[in-house]
Design a protein around this ligand. Structure first.
Ligand code: NAD
Length: 253
């Protein structure tokens, strides 16, 4: 789908890979609305991009619905969703204090998997109202998982389960929405230099990316944005997951 002249929502767009994607979308001629935490730099980033900002916590599902609805009303339509807010915790299935608390597991599922689905389903409803373009397309949903979905490291059990769910949803959601001309893809990044991870010193980054084939470094947010652009613009990319990892396979630790 051509990006110029379209409307996009970028969730988590105040920072990192989503911010780079918001910048790419504006550069390519889209109108962008950023959804992010009230404490984030979302308002500032949106202002710099000539876009809008709607504060929400994606784990507040009703609040997110209201924010997304307000963003769509302001944009007048929705063609592209970049669904990127998320995060993890370090906790093993069995900890020194006992079994992994279930509420912590659920919290990470809500932050990554349930929020991703919540936003995708609401975005799909808006996209379904678009007139199809000349290729029959109405919109593109891009979700964000992690290579931990495939090679979760020790202590990543909740994050792995949540990101694995996002990977698993791609094909089913694409099939659910295919008759409407809405595509669904997921990107699975390895370690990327964003928010907190960009503070990692070079020697630690080299050790954390030692299992990569090439390049042996953290990914750059612009590399995610470049792949997001290809996904948005390429109609045959649908129902799958693309690893963005320099050939890295996480070892157990
Ligand atoms: N950075 C990495 O190494 C890496 C690797 C694999 C996957 N990921 C995934 O990529 C995604 C983006 O991460 P990033 O690395 O660009 O991080 P980042 O910290 O730079 O940006 C994340 C953004 O999401 C927002 N956010 C966090 N929790 C939120 C909530 N509850 N509600 C609304 N907004 C919220 C933050 O305010 C922030 O602006 C996440 O889903 C993360 O799990 C990151």
């Amino acid at each position: 789908m051509e990006i110029a002249g379209k409307a996009a929502i970028v969730v988590g767009g105040a920072s990192g890979m989503a911010k780079a994607t918001a910048e790419m979308l504006v550069r390519e001629g889209a109108q962008v609305s950023i959804l992010d935490l009230p404490t984030s730099k979302g308002a500032e980033v949106a202002k710099d991009l000539g876009g809008n900002f709607h504060a929400c916590d994606v784990t507040d599902f009703e609040g997110t619905e209201a924010a997304l609805s307000a963003a769509c009303d302001e944009l007048g339509a929705l063609h592209f969703l970049c669904n990127t807010a998320g995060g993890g915790i370090a906790m093993r299935t069995l900890t020194k204090k006992g079994p992994h608390p279930l509420d912590e597991f659920r919290r990470i599922m809500d932050l990554n998997l349930v929020s991703t689905f919540n936003i995708a389903r609401l975005a799909a409803a808006r996209m379904s109202q678009n007139e199809p373009d000349e290729n029959g397309e109405r919109g593109v949903i891009l979700n964000t998982a992690s290579i931990a979905a495939f090679e979760g490291q020790i202590g990543q059990i909740a994050y792995t389960a949540a990101k694995g769910g996002i990977v698993a949803m791609s094909l089913t959601m694409a099939r659910d929405l295919g008759s409407l001309g809405i595509r669904v893809m997921a990107i699975v990044p390895s370690l990327f230099a964003t928010g907190l991870t960009k503070l990692i010193p070079d020697d630690l980054a080299a050790s954390l990316t030692r299992d990569a084939a090439f390049p042996k470094r953290m990914g750059k947010p612009e590399e995610y944005a470049r792949l997001a652009q290809a996904i948005f613009e390429t109609p045959m990319l649908n129902g799958s997951t693309i690893r963005l990892d320099g050939g890295q396979r996480f070892s157990p630790k």
